[in-house]
Design a protein around this ligand. Structure first.
Ligand code: ZN
Length: 161
């Protein structure tokens, strides 16, 4: 496992649409491991492959209840609404207020290409929406309701996706 370089907003790789994974190759397995290591190292709760420069539909998420690996993920249900702070490892030091569904149901393949579904609520649902947007080249900064804010004045630690 190795840390990968996190691409920063403005890098064209973050604006591209990712391709589906057809086969879980050893190289992609290594990518998944590296993404998890990179996410934990950066104290994030989610990371999408394009954030480390790979245009594949893979995201990793851990909001505190263990890592989830989502390959070719799709949201199949969403309901409710939540408005709150959101950040991104590709936009360091910033956060914004974004409205997302309170609950999403998603289907994805796991690391062994087995299909499974997740029910995500609250922060988990926010992370799923945020990371899946990355796979379509979309950044949360397009959705912020009141501009971007800086963490500089805030002593407490915030979560990044
Ligand atoms: Zn992000």
């Amino acid at each position: 496992m190795a840390l990968r370089e996190i691409r920063i907003d403005g890098d064209p790789v973050l604006e591209k649409v990712c391709k589906p994974v057809k086969e879980m190759t050893p190289r992609l397995k290594e990518l998944v491991d590296d993404m998890l290591e990179t996410m934990y190292d950066a104290n994030g709760v989610g990371l999408a492959a394009p954030q480390v420069g790979v245009l594949r539909r893979i995201v990793v998420i851990d909001v505190g209840d263990g890592p989830y690996v989502l390959v070719n993920p799709e949201i199949i249900e969403k309901d409710g609404e939540q408005t709150g702070q959101e950040g991104c490892l590709s936009v360091p030091g910033k956060y914004g207020i974004v409205t997302r569904p309170m609950h999403v149901r998603a289907k994805a393949l796991d690391k062994d290409m087995k299909e499974y579904e997740i029910d995500a609520e609250g922060l988990f649902a926010r992370a799923v929406c945020h990371e899946l947007d990355h796979l379509d080249g979309k950044m949360y900064t397009e959705l912020v309701e009141d501009g971007l804010h800086s963490y500089d004045d805030e002593p407490e630690e915030e979560e990044n996706e």
